[in-house]
Design a binder for this molecule. Sequence first.
Ligand code: CA
Ligand code: CA
Ligand code: CA
Ligand code: ZN
Length: 495
Amino acid sequence: MTNQIGTNVQISADQTALEALAELYPTLSVYTLEQQLDDIDNLRTWTTDTVTFSFPTVESTDYVGNWREGTLYAFTEAQAAATREAIALIGDLIDITFVDSGTDVDAQMRFYNSSAEGTAGGAPAGEGIKGDMWLYDYTPETAAAYNLEYGRYNFNVMLHEIGHIMGLSHTSFTQDSDEYIDNAHYLQNNGAYSIMSYLTASEAGLEWDTAYSATPMIADIAALQSLYGANMTTRTGDTVYGFNSTADRTVFDFDELLDTQGTIPAVAVWDAGGTDTLDMSGFANSSYISLVDGTMSSINGYDVNFGIAADAIIENAIGGYGDDILVGNTVKNVLTGGYGADTLLGGAGKDKLVGDLTNAVTGDFEIDSVVLDGDEEISVEFDGTGVTDLTVEMMISFDDVTGSSQWFTNMPGAWNLMFSGSGNGLWYRANSTWFHTGISHADLTDGSFHRLAVTLDSAETEVKIYLDGVNVKTLDAAAFPDLSMTATEELRINH
Ligand SMILES: [Ca+2]
Ligand SMILES: [Ca+2]
Ligand SMILES: [Ca+2]
Ligand SMILES: [Zn+2]
């Protein structure tokens, strides 16, 4: 498929992947994951726990299907290597053991090139029947154009045909026009959600680094796991995906991908345990990173190009140099924004939201915006060498506070801010002495966001507190034992 239809979504930084698609196609229905997998999990399936595969050099005589007319010939080593990689990616997902049987002509899954038109993969027709793939038009003449890089058409075809062999059908669609909205039937019917869709991400208007995904996507993973059970042994340790990857798969190793092919394909992650991290720290462009399982993220300025499979729990996320949005899930997350003006949304669970201070050279610091939801904390680490003046500024809003809830600790000079329900509002502590800031409980719980700033001016020996730009309190800095910062300081906010 090479046609290009639709217009690019250009997801704005604060939109989820699905919201962006829905905005482009408001009349298309949004399928549940159950509906998506029902759309593709309807071919015949394997009944054995182990499935053998091979790259025979001679023709078998027992084919199911009607691709026998052409001349069959063996996969090249490069094709076989890509196929082994595709099978391994699928084996990571499901409770089936794939066994490489070399050139065994009697293996259960066999891969051939074929001169007959039409690339195809066949699901097994019944007990003892094979599932094979015949790849059309691979010849010495076309080999140079046969790009097996991750995210290119030919690697994606391997995944797609093995998808058929494992029992997945195409997604349902109609070619009514050149418009995605006329053909797709539902919003997620494209390559961002399934390798089994004939509609590419580009046809859905999504901009990707490569045209095709390099793994089964969310709907495929759900469908395969519903047929065979999930592989609960996959990457059960602490795993890093993206930069600094420890996932032991090239598709999830962004350092290696950038070194070897210079592109990052769309992928979806399945992980069966451990404390895991999506590391997008190497990206210059902004990302919307969702840790919610069964959802897509939009990374490095591209659209809807990184998925987390349903029931895969990824705990932590690290943003890049851009202004990222990191969205946590219901477990304890550590969200690290990195450089840029990031937004960190922890969700439920005792999350840790780690911001960063930008523009440290000029001393003009900016704190990332955070939404503290429940029992969370934000910590901001920065190099404070030589910094004697500091403004900490943030937009804050409380639903309510009962009892006392401490806010800042580890501020330079042993500062603390505490917002208290029982003690009526915001208190400031310096050198073990508490001062009321003049900001009441009601001031911060009226449902609106307020701009809170605390400034340290060493020349004036003053600490000033501002609410919505109004100086509500000035404290004599002489009250503070230490107004200078050491090399590394940490600002921590608890709620
Ligand atoms: Ca893991
Ligand atoms: Ca960032
Ligand atoms: Ca959380
Ligand atoms: Zn197909």
